[in-house]
Design a protein around this ligand. Sequence first.
Ligand SMILES: [Cu+2]
Length: 464
Amino acid sequence: MRRLLSLIFWGCLALLGPIVRVTGESLPIPPILESVRMNDGTRFFELTADEGSREFSPGSSTKTLGYNGDYLGPTIRVRRGEKVAVQVNNRLDDITSVHWHGADVPAESDGGPHQGIPPRDSWLASFVVRQPAATLWYHPHIVGTTGRQVYEGLAGLFIIDDDESDSLDLPGEYGVDDIPVILQDRRFDADGEFTYRPSMPDVMHGYFGNAILVNGVLDPSKEVPRGPVRLRLLNGSNSTLLRLTLDGLPEMAQIASDGGFLERPVELSHIILSPGERAEVIVDFSQAGNSPVVLKAETNRGQLYDALEFRPVGNTATAWKAPDTLVAPENIPESEADRTRRFVLQSGMGGRMTINGKTMNMRRVNERVPLGSTEIWEIENRDGMMSQPHSFHVHAVQFRILDINGRPPPEYDSGPKDTVLLWPGDKIRIIARFDSFPGLFMYHCHLLEHEDNGMMGQFLIEAP
Ligand SMILES: [Cu+2]
């Protein structure tokens, strides 16, 4: 049924034609952020959110937002065990915040709506990196304006390394054979500018675009070595689901999901990412022919984009030998769960987006979770009639999917996750240990128009 729904989504909604523009600009690689100082064993970073502008197509400039630049932000790269602190400066006219999506950090450093940074003010997040190697990301998280701020450019990658990932024989030269790929659809107008003016249907169904940006540019290309190349894929779109395939190679091997490595590489012909989700894949360009290989992105509106063109260079290498195992699986047995909570996602009249019938209220604690407990959260998308997918994100934990509509998850969805796609009518059970930090955290739909219009709640992790 779930597969059928997916086919219906990608098969029958092909109403809008593709926008094909081949400019072939070289793919920009977000720079690794240099730390500004070391102090008492803590590595300090600095991010500044500011206004800017960018010419996405020649001759037309769009107002944007960015961290330490005009659009998007640098990649923050840290090691497990490291003490880090990030000072965030807000040079916007609006309140903002920076949430470390997927990170296991204290509530006061989580960067959610309770850590808003007023205009011209700064905020310091500090934490010890406690979790395994993963590709996380960061973005604003203020109630009502997250969609606009992310859309206009505020987002960046947050990569964690550890000894285990170093010991694996995987491509790891950043920007060469280990390539960040931030995918975002945007709605450009006739003047070549993009604006964020969601109508009521946009709130209900998400602010869809008519072009796709990769690392902040249209139609880029990238020279790659003719061997295994690791892509760190992020769907950084506001509300658009992406189905990714390769034109020129039959498959790719997924090695990591949101929160880190899978047990073993999983060969896939396509990958579906909802907003906020990540996947790391190995693409073996030794198996490519002489033509470029194109990363194609199909949206749940049926648009098909040539998102990124890869041009393999160099001598033909031998085929990549995938490792048999990556990391030992860390499953949480269902028998360890202390309780089950239920969350029903549903759209209402007039764009009222609810979880368990309620819209987000900063003064309401929706759920109280005892520190150290293990819980099953059963999430249901009750928007079957509206054919509306949702993307459920939980702060503070990496969870495991127990089952999807009663069936165990596919292997690629069996690793650590912080965001999960729910097709209309889906019921998904996840399990997590809430054992890190006490404090107030968020759960919400990661379709940002839904989040901004109420589909969010708060849970308080309480120390005994
Ligand atoms: Cu939603």
